[in-house]
Design a protein around this ligand. Structure first.
Ligand code: GDP
Ligand code: MN
Length: 385
């Protein structure tokens, strides 16, 4: 789960990383008050979960509280569009922070290197710009250092990496300390990414995190109830955001045939079969193990929130999941949602007989195999187009 910048900075600050003072606001009046408290010389930053906010017009410097408030008024409710996020995101809040007098911009991050099963720290003197671009055009400008899970990082290793990344000598001592705190922050917050870009060297000779990005490992979210319902509210896709709120594994794709199955493998396979039959899958949705009728209904509802859906394929292989429960859920969904698109269901496994019996007489089209189901739904969905 990606955290907003203001939440990310709080995580870093807790570990002792220097961050500019600031507060979040959702209206111009609050922005004016915060800016005034900070002395008027502030930066106003859109809190949206996307990269490239600066270029998208979501980050601006001001000399007085009134103009900061004015900009906040314009920004709230506006959709920001960037190269990284062409569909854009609506700004609900801004961070009003004291301005940093930036002399130099560096890049710092800690993330998981799954290949070597260790954390890796990345550092570059080319900060402030898109790190993917640096990696593509000048890979030598990024130094990497693996973090030993037992020993952590030693100062000499960090200094070596800073030398390799050509970080200017004057910034190195503070950076060694910052990197150790960054690793601490990563571990203590159950993160799967922490990134500071730009890590700013100020004209007064201080190193501060001018921007911050923290992502929390989804598997650890149960330990962090404080994030519930905050970062997801402006997630990239509204249906994915709703799925996250309902605790459903859903990924939106670009097509028009809705897919529901149980078990990630079976769902992916269903997506492949629909594509092989000439269809365009609209989503990935795994109802999970042992789903009850209520959850199945909630899943159908979610898939149908996508306005372009032309048909729905339900592919269940009952193990722990009971097919009669699934059938009940489908029936409730058909009833409640008054579905006007064709629905094909292939239901097999535990209590499949009972499930199929329940579905008899409903407008739903039964299928015996996954391939047959995929072919049927493609035919039915595109029959009048
Ligand atoms: P991003 O574009 O979403 O990564 O947003 P950033 O917070 O990184 O801001 C983009 C750029 O705005 C940074 O690279 C800086 O050059 C500039 N910027 C952001 N905050 C400040 C600040 O406090 N002072 C100055 N001088 N520039 C800033
Ligand atoms: Mn940035």
């Amino acid at each position: 789960m990606k955290l907003h910048e203001y939440q990310s900075k709080a995580v870093l600050a807790r570990a002792g990383v220097p961050v500019p003072r600031g507060e979040v606001a959702d209206n111009a009046e609050d922005a004016r008050r915060i800016a005034a408290e900070l002395g008027g010389k502030v930066v106003v930053k859109a809190q949206v979960l996307m990269g490239g906010r600066g270029k998208a017009g979501g980050v601006k410097l001001f000399d007085d509280a009134d103009s900061a408030a004015e900009f906040t008024r314009e920004l709230i409710g506006k959709r920001l569009v960037s190269v990284q996020n062409p569909q854009g995101m609506v700004v609900e809040r801004v961070l009003v922070a004291e301005q940093v007098d930036i002399a130099e911009e560096y890049y710092l991050s800690v993330l998981l290197d799954r290949d070597v099963q260790k954390l890796v720290m990345m550092v570059s003197a080319k900060g402030g710009m898109d790190i993917e671009e640096v990696a593509a055009t000048d890979p030598g400008a990024i130094a990497r250092l693996h973090v030993d899970p037992a020993w952590g990082l030693c100062d000499y290793q960090i200094r070596h990496a800073l030398e390799e990344a050509a970080i200017p000598k004057h910034a190195r001592q503070q950076m060694v300390s910052m990197i150790k705190k960054l690793v601490r922050a990563y571990i203590d917050s159950d993160a799967d990414l922490v990134e500071i870009n730009p890590c700013a060297w100020t004209t007064e000779g201080k190193l501060v995190a001018a921007d911050a990005k923290v992502s929390i490992d989804d598997n650890a979210l149960f330990r962090h109830p404080e994030y519930q319902g905050t970062a997801q509210d402006s997630a990239e896709d509204p249906i994915e955001a709703e799925a996250a709120r309902r605790g459903i594994a859903y990924v939106r794709l670009k097509g028009d045939i809705g897919i529901i199955g149980n078990g990630a493998g079976l769902v992916m396979c269903s997506i492949d079969e629909v594509a092989a039959a000439g269809g365009r899958p609209a989503n990935f949705l795994d109802v999970g193990g042992g789903a009850k009728a209520e959850r199945v209904k909630s899943c159908v509802e979610l898939v149908m929130m996508d306005p372009g859906i032309k048909g729905l394929l339900i592919n269940i292989f009952g193990g722990i999941t009971r097919c009669d429960e699934v059938a009940k859920g489908i029936l409730e969904a058909l009833e409640a949602l008054k579905l006007s698109v064709p629905v094909v269901a292939r239901i097999e496994g535990t209590a499949a007989e009972e499930g199929r019996k329940l579905l008899e007489g409903s407008p739903l089209v039964p299928a015996t195999t996954m391939r047959e189901a995929a072919k049927r739904i493609v035919e039915l969905s595109y029959s009048n187009s």
